[in-house]
Structures are given as structure tokens and as C-alpha cells.
Design a protein around this ligand. Sequence first.
Ligand code: HEM
Ligand code: HEM
Length: 339
Amino acid sequence: MTSLVLTVTETLRYRGALGQWSWVLHRITGLGVVFFLTLHVIDTSWAVFYPALYVEAIAIYQTPLFTIGEFALIAAVVYHALNGLRIAVIDFKPVWWKHQQRAAIYVLIGSVIICIPVFILMFGHVLDFYNDPNRQVLGLDVVIRSQIPFAIGIALAVVAAVVLAGLYGLIAGNGSKTAASKRKPQGSRIERFWWSYMRISGVLIVPLVFGHLAMMHVIQGVFDITAAGHTVVGTGLINESGTSVEFVASRWNALIAGIAVWRIYDFGLLALVVVHGFNGLRLVLTDYTNFSPTLKRAAVLFSVIGAVILLTLGSLALILTIDSTAIEIAKEAALELHP
Ligand code: HEM
Ligand code: HEM
């Protein structure tokens, strides 16, 4: 706790180098995207497991609160990606360290330059939607109520991590100084691996995540996911029922040269982003729990539990098939939501 309070107060008090602010922004944007990703992978899996819930989830994405969040999400991904590339490139070439400050400014300018046209295009989709006299928007009460299970789930994962960490401490002990120092060489080898993983995965994520966002925001847009009669982005298939479930089914079932390209694409995105994001979460949480071995272990466990749940759920959804029954259920759910 003390280290968290210290970070916050010192960050606000120390108005020094731009590098320090870009570090804070990198951290906040990374955590924001991890939070979104958690909700996103869970609700995408509903397209397979609970089609009616998926219909509601996408209807919630089409409300004003989530539209604001969507703009913030894009800004966060763009800034985090550009700044992450800056870190990866400069760490790779230590002779460029002297250009850190200038590079941090370029990252800010680059983020604004990318966001302006993207926001204009996204705003076009928002305007089209709100100008449509047939549009139907869920109330804020429904939106807030639908997020309560997520909050409970996250709270339960925190409790499970703290209890397991406490039990482990009781059984194995928190480790003597000698044991810890014996473990150190292996620990630092693992940390070196994660240090490289964050940089390499970050670079690989860039085309995948920007491709995904271009399809879901710019080319088609969140509102078109439920547009009947539209061709589903990246496939030659028409979304006949105009349900979000048929949209996902068309993408995952589409074969290009006999290959389920979007399933493979989404699997690559899922694996890279979840491991990168949750390892990032671990780095941040362990930074602030250094004062207690139990809490530090709980932070690691929480990150591992989160990553395992998302990887399992996301992969199962990608392996299983969305059939015509799921689309029928989705049609009924859409009618119930917007009679
Ligand atoms: C509001 C913004 C977003 C929308 C509307 C959106 C939409 C979708 C949709 C419709 C799918 C279903 C599969 C498909 O059609 O390919 C999907 C899957 C996926 N998205 Fe997004 N996406 C958004 C942002 C993101 C971001 C920022 C990330 C990464 C950080 C991401 C990562 C994923 C992953 C990993 C999957 C596969 C999930 C699974 O295996 O169950 N998405 N997204
Ligand atoms: C789009 C391409 C991305 C790139 C190039 C990138 C790059 C990086 C790099 C290089 C680091 C390590 C920073 C350091 O060691 O100081 C990092 C940290 C992090 N990343 Fe990413 N990343 C990307 C996407 C993502 C996504 C999609 C998420 C969330 C799912 C995410 C979440 C995080 C978090 C939470 C951290 C830890 C921040 C900290 O330690 O302060 N990143 N990223």
C-alpha cells in the first residue's frame, strides 16, 4: 500500500521529465486495456455458450456510455502501442537512449495524428446510428446492472488469490532469506524471459490488434454488427438475421482457401494479448505489493488465474461451432430486448 501511495503522490509532486509521465500513461493505458479485454473475451464466448447474453452484450456496446468508452479504448490502444514500440526499439538500441525525451514527444504527437481520422470515421458510424429513426438503445440502468456479475467475478478472483496465497504461505512458509537468495538466479532468468516476451509480443500484437480494431470500428463499426443484410467484414457472407451471433458465426465459419482464417487470427490475438496483458498486470501488481510476501504471491496468482480463465474460455469458444439453433435463440433474444 505504501508503495502505491508513494507512486501516486510522487508522480503528482514530481513534475519533471516527460519520460516519467509517459511511463505512467503506458501503465494506465495497459491496465485499462486488460480490464476491457477481460470483459470482452468473457462476453465474446457467450456467442457460443449463451447466445441470448451475447445479444445483450453487443446491445450494451451500442449505448452512449460504451461509445464513450470505445473512443477511450482506441486512444489507449494507440498510445500504448506506439509507446511500447518506442520502448522496444530504444531498449534494442541502447545508443538511442539519449533520444528518449524526443521519442516520447513523437509518440504523443503520433497518437493524436492517428486518433483524429480514426475518431472522425468512428463518429460517422455513431451519427448514422443516432440518425436512424428505428434505432433502439438500452437504458443506463440495464447497462449498469449487466456489469454487476463481472464486478462480483473479479472480486471473487481477488479473494481466491489472497486465500490461496495465504494457505501457500502457511504450508510452505514465506521463505527464509537463504532460500530466497538461492532462488534468485532462476528468478532473474525467468524475469529476463518476460522482459523479452513483453517486447517481442508487443511488436507482434500491433498488426493483429490494429487489424481487429479496423474491422470492428472503422470498416464495419460496432453498430453494424447487428445490421441485417450487410456483408460481414472479412467474409463474403451476409448477416441475414441481423444478430451479433450470426455476425460472429459468419466470421468464425468463413473459409478462405479452405482455412478458417478468422478463427486462427483470433486465436493468435487471444494468446498474445492475454499473456502480454496479464503478465503486465502481474508486473504492476507486484510493484505495489512488495511490502507483503502474501499479497505479492496473491498478485501473481490473481494474474495467473485471470489469464488461465480467459485463455480457456476464449479458446473453447474458438474451437466450438455456432449453429443455426444459436442464431434462432439470438433472434428471439433480440426481439425481447427491442420488441
Ligand atoms: C469495442 C471494441 C471491440 C469490438 C467491437 C470487438 C469485437 C469483436 C468481435 C465481434 C469478436 C468476435 C470474433 C470476430 O468477429 O472476429 C471479437 C473477438 C476478439 N477480440 Fe475484439 N473487439 C474490440 C476490441 C478488441 C481489443 C482492443 C482487443 C485486444 C486487446 C480484442 C481482442 C479480441 C480477441 C482476443 C477476440 C477473440 C475472443 C475469443 O476467442 O473468444 N478486441 N472482438
Ligand atoms: C498494441 C501493441 C502493444 C505493444 C507494442 C506493447 C508494448 C509493451 C511493452 C514494450 C511493455 C513493457 C514496458 C516496460 O517493461 O517498461 C508493455 C507493458 C504492458 N502492456 Fe503492452 N503492448 C501492446 C499491447 C498491449 C495490450 C493489448 C495490453 C492489454 C491487454 C497491454 C498491457 C500491458 C500492461 C498492463 C503492461 C505493464 C505496464 C507496466 O509495467 O507499467 N499491452 N507493453
